[in-house]
Design a protein around this ligand. Structure first.
Ligand code: ATP
Length: 258
């Protein structure tokens, strides 16, 4: 039996008169890259924000790693084991690449605030271990030589990779990538694809929102398609691409296909 990492069912969310999500459910198993696609305004970001604790759902049940979890606050979700990146990159611009990753790692640190203030031996040892791990993660995503650069000085593609390193630093059960290829050129996309593939091959589980349908179809094991807040298809990329409702949603009037 394949191990479920994230299992959510019946997720609904309304904004005033707009039903942004209607009973959406997905089950992501260990080692999968799971794609979430759909035309503009379909509800992808809303779904992401619900499962990562930014929005409170009106309904829905949530299980992470086989245990119930309540996505009620962002830091609780990180602790529970979901790390995410953002459509609009959110890094600490004036901190170095290394420091940005170290911040991610602190979710799992033990010595806590008092240890940090009094710089206890336990804190110093832990800090050194965190720095070492952060450097390894920068190497892993291919920007190890830029560890001392301020985040804001990195190219767009490198900032996205830094965000992924920071997310990995929390040792997540699930890593949720919000449009990781947005704004990337073709070469950067190839590198990104290789990186996501490598992360999967190293045993991680990934949820991906992406507008680049080619990237999604090439990478994902399974895909859910949303349209007007409803789940219109779920399956392998092969099946989803041939689904009439999906073709209709992407070509239908009023939507801009990506
Ligand atoms: N905080 C909010 N308040 C009110 N309406 C919202 C809010 N967030 C999203 N919506 C609305 O919910 C619907 C779904 O939006 P959402 O951003 O989830 O779509 P999306 O699939 O991520 O779109 P895109 O591909 O353009 O990013 C849209 O009609 C949007 O205007």
């Amino acid at each position: 039996m394949t191990e479920s990492v994230l299992n959510v069912a019946g997720v609904s969310k309304r904004f005033g008169g707009l039903q942004a999500l209607s009973e959406v459910g997905i089950n992501i198993t260990k080692g999968q890259v799971y794609g979430l696609i759909g035309p503009n305004g379909a509800g992808k970001t809303t779904f992401f924000n619900v499962i990562t604790g930014l929005y409170t759902p009106d309904a829905g049940s949530f299980e992470l790693g086989g245990a119930p979890y309540k996505p009620s606050a962002v830091h609780e979700v990180a602790k529970a084991g979901i790390a995410r990146t953002f459509q609009n990159i959110r890094l600490f611009a004036e901190m170095t690449a290394l420091e940005n990753v170290m911040v991610g790692r602190h979710v799992r640190s033990k010595s806590g605030l008092l240890g940090a203030i009094f710089r206890t031996p336990g804190f110093k040892a832990e800090e050194a271990a965190i720095a070492k791990r952060a450097q390894e993660l920068l190497d892993y995503v291919g920007i190890g030589h830029m560890s001392e650069f301020k985040a804001r000085t990195l190219s767009y593609g490198d900032q996205r990779r830094l965000e992924i390193a920071r997310a990995l630093a929390t040792d997540p059960k699930l890593i949720a990538l919000d449009e990781p290829a947005a704004g990337m050129n073709a070469t950067e996309k190839v590198v990104l694809r290789e990186l996501i593939d490598r992360i999967r091959n190293d045993g991680r589980t990934i949820l991906l929102i992406e507008h680049d349908v080619k990237l999604v179809m090439g990478l994902c094991d399974r895909v859910t398609v949303l349209d007007y807040g409803k789940q219109i298809a779920e399956g392998t990329p092969f099946d989803v691409q041939r689904n009439e409702k999906v073709i209709e949603a992407y070509l239908g009037a009023g939507h801009k296909a990506h």
